[in-house]
Design a binder for this molecule. Sequence first.
Ligand code: TRP
Length: 335
Amino acid sequence: MSKQRVLTGITTSGSPHLGNYVGAIRPAIKASLSGDYESFFFLADYHALIKHQNPELVHQSTLEIASAWLALGLDTDKVIFYRQSDIPEIPELTWLLTCMAAKGMMNRAHAYKGAVQANVESGEDEDTAITMGLFSYPILMAADILMFNAHKIPVGRDQIQHVEMARDIAQRFNHHFGEHFVLPAAQVDDDAAILQGLDGRKMSKSYGNTIPLFLTEKQLKKHINKIKTNLLEPGEPKDAESSAVFQIWKAFATPQQTTAMAREFANGIAWGEAKKQLFELINEQIKQPREKYLQLLENPAQVEAVLQQGALKARDHSASLMAKARRAVGIRPLG
Ligand code: TRP
C-alpha cells in the first residue's frame, strides 16, 4: 500500500516565529524524518498576496521561511519542498475548483465573515477593503491540497474549516467528473503546542505579538523580557498554567524540566529569573540552526536552487493530475 500523504503550507507574510516553529515546523520535520508519510511542504506565496501589498515583504519572507525550514533540519531528499508560485498548475486548478465551489459555502468562511463583521462594527460598508482574494482564498487552498491528493493536512484550529471546504469541493468535483481527488482531512495535533504571544493571546503575525525565531541573542532576550506577566513579587506563588512564560517554557522543555519549572512557579520564582531561564532554554536549542539560517540568508541562490529542485518533483505530480482534470471537464484537443 502506498504511504499516506501529508501536506501543509506556510504563508510567506512575515518572519518565522516561535509559534510557527513549535506548532508547525518542528512537528512537520519530525514526522517527515520518521519515513511513515510522503510529505509535501510548501511556501504559500500566493496566499501572502491576500493580506499584503508589500512586494519586498513577500519576497524577503519567502527567503526567510525557506531558510528556516532548511536550517531546522528539513531533509529535502525525504520530502517535496517547494514554492506554490512555481507550480503553474495550482492557479489553473483553482479555476476548475472555483466553478465547483458553492458561493453559499464561501459566504460562511470565518476569515471573510470576520472581515465583514469588523466593517459593520466600525460603521463601514460591509465590503470595504474586502478583495475577491480574501473571499475566495479557501479555493486556492483547496487547489494546494487536492493537487497532490494529500490525505492529512496538519493545520492550526483556525484552518480546519478550510480543509473541510477543500473536502466539499473535492466531493463535488468527483461527483460531476469522476473520482479524481482524495478527500483530505485536517490533522490538528493536540501535542503540538499553541504558543501564547507577548500579550498572552495566541502568537500570530496578525496580532503583531510574535517572538521571531532567529533573533540575535540580545534581541531574543529583549523580546522574552517583553512577555506580559502580572505584578506578583519574587517569593509570591505564581500560577503556571495561565502564564505565557510557562506555556512557552513547556513547548521547549523536557517533561522533567517542565515539572521542575512548575515547582519554581509554586515557590514564587521572580519573573526576571523565569525569563532568564526561558531565554537560556530556547537559545540553547536554536543556536546552531540560527548560524545555518544566517548563512542561508547570505546565499539566496542556494535556497532558490533547492526550491527549483522541489518544484521539479512537485510538478511531476501536478502536471499529470492537471492533464487529467482538464480532460475530465472537457478541455482537450479537438479531433
Ligand atoms: N492558509 C494557511 C494559513 O494561513 C496556509 C496554507 C495555504 C495552507 N495553503 C495551505 C495550509 C494548504 C495547509 C494546506 O495558515
